[in-house]
Design a protein around this ligand. Structure first.
Ligand code: PEP
Ligand code: MG
Length: 752
């Protein structure tokens, strides 16, 4: 049963044309359940009806023409109730609607099951039979399971269809929805960086020139065989001869008499080399997967491994051929810092990441660079987008595919408006950071994730409130040496000679991975992250602290910040190591070292409840609202499925921040906020209303935030605060703040 289900879902997922996928689906289900009819209806929300999209058993002429209203018939009833309906005598049911065109007079038994994706009914799957009987539990659970598994596949298939229908030659603009990752609008060409070895990301495509595709395939096979020869040679002293024989098997599989032959045939049938490889590898691997014999079943893995290697070599030659467009929209399964570094800054106009969510680090990087980003766009076949013109709307989280000129003009107008607004903010960048009533604020920048140093002139900031040190670690193929780190940190400290620079110790784990230090965990955000990892590796921590201390020697503006602290013992251990590093450096250089101030990130709720003890141990704290929100709300900041639940404006988060500040003020414990909330207009107003005065944000937000603070009075904010703290939802909070901005006639000047 499980094998059948998996096969049916995989077949649907692999078929590039939705109509064909559904036609295959109904026939497979009909056979698998040995029934007499299977049909699928898809919802059309604009028209408020379900359309018969495929059937094996009803009148085939009715496909594409029979629409059943959302509140009509048994199909509409399944959709309304959002649960299966199983009837022995469907035609006698009061909800039964006579539709002569479908010719269902012969059928009595009816089982309909909704296909639901993210709470939205996408369609209805039905089976029917002549005999008057209720379908049994196994049949019902088969259909329910199939419906659940099909839901995301169908949602993707619809998006794929949208993507494929928007080829540049057409006059229709396709639209895809994701999540707003970074504000702004950009028009550019897609530059797709594919994950090295993911068959799922390959969309099936036809090619005109079979000879060219064959040559492409042969070249990849040749490179792959050479790789195997090198591998076999390298392993020959280490592996027994029977284990080495696998390389001979791989060679043979690639030969013309075996898999290679099948792939050639597929290419001759008109598929491009990648698609041919995908079709053959998946077909054979699946056959092995379904075998009873465990030895033979394992061979499925070999076929996939082999296929992956050939695919890598196919993609490698393809990627090398692609020239960077003038205006690059970087599209990738999961945009990483290394990918960003591949594109010159002046050419990069936007980011589209299929994975990730609003506060993933890729989104934060985009905000740091001041370019729009759309996240969590779903598993689309990436290469399809290569070189297509895209509009990226980072405000709405939308992407327009191959937009027609009229739409581009419209968006160009919005881009110009944004530029004008920005110019307005920048005109006041040199003015004091203070409210209308004269309350002074400390506005610092977050730095480190971007490729270059920040764009804001240090003279207009109050220092660096958060320097993320991860980037230089991520960009290398090994841990940076002490000397490399000294040079880098010195450059940052020297850029702000008279202002504080708060350097955070290495905070990897979660969604930030080091290419040379793999961490595979079930729950990476609850796992080996930040200080937990570096305390377990004092050799990494000590080298970093030594480098910071040495870089600080002649400048003396260094502050050290400890990330992901959840327990006071971690603070004690960090302080002990910092002291040790300080002694070592002092001893080595025979000089007295300035003692940097040491602070803790407040991002795990537990430490908020130990503030008095914490305040006795360290000099300051900085609130990381990005992580604090995810840990308070138990919502993964990187998971698009739960993105609608992740919101720093949740009343619980706001109450926690308010209470924390009251306590910190009582203890006279210096506190600032460095999470993304501080760079949001609504966020900064509420934080200022709570009494926070020190903030750190992406430099691309600084001018706007300063401009806004200069237009409000604390007494007005004091009235707003109790209203929002009494709200029941983030949505209500946002509405309150919006109303406040509207009343002050500021809203139209803040596209946020
Ligand atoms: C935070 O968690 O709010 C923070 C500033 O750190 P990061 O986003 O790097 O996790
Ligand atoms: Mg954090």
């Amino acid at each position: 049963m499980l094998g059948q289900l998996r096969r049916i879902v995989q077949d649907v997922a692999q078929e590039p044309v939705l109509q064909n996928a559904l036609a295959g689906l109904v026939t497979s289900v009909k056979h698998a359940l040995a029934t007499e009819c299977c049909s699928v209806y898809l919802a059309n929300y604009e028209q408020q009806h379900f359309m018969l999209m495929a059937t094996d058993g009803l009148n085939p002429q009715a496909v594409g023409s029979i629409a059943i209203g959302f509140s009509e018939g048994l199909i509409g009833w399944v959709g309304q109730r959002e649960e299966p309906i199983n009837l022995a005598k469907a035609h006698l049911h009061p909800r039964f609607k006579v539709t002569p065109e479908v010719s269902e007079d012969n059928f009595s038994a009816f089982l309909g099951c909704p296909i639901i994706h993210h709470r939205k009914v996408l369609g209805v799957l039905t089976i029917q039979q002549a005999a008057e009987r209720v379908f049994n539990e196994d049949e019902e659970s088969f259909l329910v399971t199939l419906g659940a598994q099909l839901a995301s596949v169908l949602a993707n298939a619809e998006m794929r269809q949208a993507a494929s229908e928007s080829s540049p030659s057409q006059t229709q603009t396709g639209q895809l929805k994701g999540l707003p990752g970074a504000p702004g609008i950009a028009i550019g060409e897609a530059y797709v960086l594919e994950p090295a070895n993911d068959f799922n990301a390959i969309s099936l495509k036809r090619a005109d020139d079979a000879d060219k595709e064959l040559a492409h395939f042969y070249r990849a096979v040749k490179i792959t065989k050479a790789e195997f020869n090198r591998l076999a040679e390298r392993m020959s002293g280490h592996l027994p001869p029977d284990a080495l024989a696998i390389f001979d098997v791989y060679h043979q599989l690639l030969d013309a008499a075996s898999l290679g032959r099948e792939i050639e045939l597929q290419i001759a049938e008109g598929w491009c080399a990648k698609s041919a490889l995908k079709r053959v590898v998946e077909k054979f691997a699946r056959q092995f997967d379904d075998m009873d014999d465990p030895y033979l079943r394992e061979r499925g893995t070999d076929i996939r491994d082999l296929g992956q290697r050939v695919l890598n070599n196919l993609l490698d030659t393809e990627q090398r051929k692609i020239k960077l467009p003038e205006k690059v929209v970087l599209v990738a399964d999961n945009v990483t810092a290394t990918m960003l570094a591949e594109v010159p800054r002046h050419q990069l106009v936007a980011i589209v990441s299929l994975k990730g969510s609003v506060n993933s680090h890729a989104a934060i990087m985009a905000r740091a660079l001041g370019i729009p980003a759309v996240m969590g766009v779903n598993d689309l076949p990436l290469l399809h987008w290569q070189r297509q013109r895209l509009i990226v709307d980072g405000y709405q989280g939308h992407i327009l595919l191959s937009p027609v000129d009229a739409i581009c003009l419209e968006y160009q107008r919005l881009i110009s408006e944004d530029a004008a607004l920005n110019a307005r903010y920048l005109a006041e960048i040199a003015q004091p950071s203070q409210s209308l009533c004269g309350k002074a604020f400390n506005l610092m920048v977050n730095s480190g994730l971007a490729i270059e140093l920040e764009t804001t002139n240090p003279a207009y900031t109050d220092g660096v409130g958060l320097y993320r040190t991860e980037f230089p670690f991520i960009m290398r193929s090994r841990f940076p040496t002490e000397q490399e780190q000294i040079e880098l940190y010195r450059k940052v400290l020297e850029s702000y000679p008279t202002k504080p620079v708060i350097m955070r110790t290495l905070d990897v784990g979660g969604d930030k991975a080091l290419p040379y230090f793999s961490i595979v965990e079930e729950n990476p955000f609850l796992g080996w992250r930040g200080i937990r990892l570096t305390l377990d590796h004092p050799e990494i921590f000590l080298v970093q602290i030594r480098a910071m201390l040495k870089a600080n020697l002649a400048i003396d503006n260094l502050h050290i910040l400890l990330p992901m602290i959840s327990d006071l013992a971690e603070v004690d251990e960090s302080l002990r190591l910092i002291k040790q590093a300080s002694f070592e450096v002092s001893d080595e250089l025979a000089i007295e070292l300035p003692r940097p101030k040491i602070g803790v990130m407040i991002e795990v709720p537990s430490i908020m409840y130990q503030l008095p003890e914490l305040a006795r141990k360290v000099d300051f704290c900085s609130i990381g609202t990005n992580d604090l929100t995810q840990y308070l709300l138990a919502v993964d900041r990187n998971n698009p499925r739960v993105a609608s639940l992740y919101d720093a404006m949740h009343p619980a988060v706001l109450r926690a921040l308010h209470q924390f500040n009251q306590q910190a003020q009582g203890l006279q414990f210096p506190t600032s906020v460095c999470g993304e909330l501080a760079g949001e207009p609504a966020g900064i107003l509420l934080l200022a209303a709570m009494g926070y005065t020190s903030f750190s944000m992406n430099s691309s937000n600084l001018a706007k935030i300063k401009w806004l603070l200069r237009r409000v009075e604390l007494s007005e904010l004091a009235l707003l605060l109790p209203e929002v703290l009494a709200c029941q939802s983030a949505k209500q909070v946002r509405q309150h703040v919006q109303r406040f901005l509207e009343q002050k006639q500021l809203l139209s000047q803040l596209r946020a």
